[in-house]
Design a protein around this ligand. Structure first.
Ligand SMILES: CC(C)(COP(=O)(O)OP(=O)(O)OC[C@H]1O[C@@H](n2cnc3c(N)ncnc32)[C@H](O)[C@@H]1OP(=O)(O)O)[C@@H](O)C(=O)NCCC(=O)NCCS
Length: 160
């Protein structure tokens, strides 16, 4: 699982994905403090990863919060974080299976990356990439050579 690099300075400041998602009844927004426990718990239940829940918790510790969520019919359907694994890193992210393929994953990715760009970052690192093709096609991400295991080398997790 490699890391990938995104040129934020090449990303257009175009938030039209938000209106496109609204047309499908999906709201992309930043969560607020009182929603933290619900979102962290939801990430843990839906994606079965303690580490992702931990990273989402970290995103809520940042000011402003470095997380976006996707909501449909008052229910969470997706999330994305940055500055959660390490500074300058995008992730974790996920959309529930039943709601995939509607542009929501890309919208959450763009919301985070544009937020990073506005904050002053020049590049974003997609950490420990799963679907490389998704990131390649969505935002022109390129693989970082020799980035496995990268910052995860020797990390503590449940099996240790
Ligand atoms: C990756 C993920 C967030 C994508 O969410 P999604 O809402 O289905 O994605 P979108 O509908 O926005 O897809 C945008 C584009 O990427 C493509 N795409 C989506 N998932 C893809 C994948 N796994 N591999 C390659 N391309 C993918 C879509 O076909 C679409 O292409 P198009 O613009 O040509 O139509 C979702 O599949 C997911 O939650 N996966 C499990 C968690 C995960 O792997 N997270 C990333 C960890 S690094």
């Amino acid at each position: 699982m490699t890391d990938m690099l995104v040129k934020l300075y090449d990303l257009e400041n175009d938030w039209s994905f938000s209106a496109e998602q609204e047309k499908l009844g999906i709201t992309i927004r930043k969560p607020i403090g009182p929603e933290k426990h619900l979102i962290v718990d939801w990430v843990k239940r839906k994606f079965l990863l303690d580490a992702w829940a931990s990273e989402t918790n970290m995103a809520f510790s940042n000011r402003p919060i470095t997380c976006f969520v996707a909501i449909k019919n008052k229910k969470l359907i997706g999330f994305a974080c940055y500055d959660a694994t390490a500074l300058g890193f995008f992730g974790p992210t996920g959309v529930v299976k039943a709601q995939r393929g509607k542009g929501t994953g890309k919208a959450l990715l763009l919301a985070c990356l544009l937020d990073m760009k506005l904050k002053g970052y020049g590049y974003a690192i997609i950490g420990w990439v799963g679907p490389a093709e998704f990131f390649q096609n969505a935002v022109g991400a390129v693989e970082i050579p020799d980035s496995t295991p990268g910052i995860w080398k020797g990390w503590l997790h449940r099996n240790i």
